[in-house]
Design a protein around this ligand. Structure first.
Ligand code: IPD
Ligand code: CA
Ligand code: CA
Length: 273
């Protein structure tokens, strides 16, 4: 299926930025690194990638606004459309030479997430989705995009789950360990690979049966939310007990996703006292 004009523009910006990221990844030891906050490293590669994404999207969609992890908010004349960009998700992996990181770009229109891509240039995997059009993985080695539908597993005990654990400077270590303990005891395993965007995309691809993490930012999850939803998964907010669970706002930063058979049990383990 041909890409929509919007998705073609988003992917083109991501692929251009990825070329620079990959070059810097090859020279990771020579990167000049500055420290922005606790466990929050920002590299030159990261900033350069964001500039490339910004310049390309601004040229191809003039007027659209931006929420950029590094550059902050850039308002546009078009108040309906906002790109949400994380130029490098999985910074710690990148800095350690681990080829598990991604560019994440989403488009929010009138407060609704309508398009997203998560691209890992190290293995050339482009996960993408638009609202109502399905989720796809375009991996060059597979020669053509394949449709993603999440995992269909119904037995919680057989599930493999991903998470992100709080690290230096982040709150909630004890709360996290409590939930992890319960999930560990009841399932086939838990992984922590270090990129929230890829965790969501990999769950959409059925590699994981579910994923949860607290204290994330909109640019960590915006694109992955569209991809997971379009793969047929539930995406809910953690720690919100409102009855209408589908009305929850996953952009709060506390997120959980899985298929309809597993999500309630996973949520119960993580939130249970
Ligand atoms: C981080 C990654 C990581 C998650 C952190 C995020 P960054 O983003 O998504 O998996 O656990 O909370 O901040 O800093 O690599 O862009
Ligand atoms: Ca991030
Ligand atoms: Ca980042």
């Amino acid at each position: 299926m041909a890409l929509s004009p919007l998705m073609a523009v988003m992917q083109s910006a991501a692929r251009k930025a990825a070329r620079h990221l990959l070059r810097d990844f090859g020279e990771v030891e020579n990167l000049q690194i500055s420290r922005k906050g606790p466990a929050d490293f920002v590299s030159n590669a990261d900033k350069k990638a964001e500039e490339i994404i910004f310049e390309n999207l601004r040229r191809d969609r003039p007027g659209f606004g931006f929420i950029l992890e590094e550059g902050g908010i850039a308002k546009g004349t078009d108040k309906q459309n906002t790109f949400i960009v994380d130029p490098l998700d999985g910074t710690t992996n990148f800095l350690h030479g681990i080829p598990h990181f991604a560019i994440s770009i989403a488009l929010e229109r009138e407060g609704e997430l309508i398009a997203g891509l998560v691209y890992n240039p190290a293995v050339d995997e482009m996960f993408y989705a638009e609202k109502g059009k399905g989720a796809y993985l375009d991996a060059q080695r597979a020669m053509g995009a394949i449709r993603l539908r999440g995992a269909h597993r119904e037995n919680f005990n057989e599930g493999l789950f991903a998470t992100g654990m709080p690290f230096l400077g982040k709150p909630g270590h004890a709360q996290f360990l409590k939930g992890l303990h319960k999930v560990m005891a009841k399932t086939a395993g838990v992984r922590r690979y270090g990129s929230a965007a890829l965790d969501l995309a990999w769950t959409a691809a059925g590699r994981y049966d579910g994923y949860w993490e607290r204290d994330l930012k909109p640019w960590d999850v915006a694109a992955g939310i569209v991809i997971a939803r379009e793969a047929g998964l539930k995406v809910w907010e953690l720690d919100n007990d409102a009855a209408d669970i589908n009305g929850h706002n996953p952009m709060s930063g506390n997120i959980i996703t899985a298929n309809e058979h597993l999500i309630t049990e996973l949520k119960g383990c993580i939130e249970g006292g």
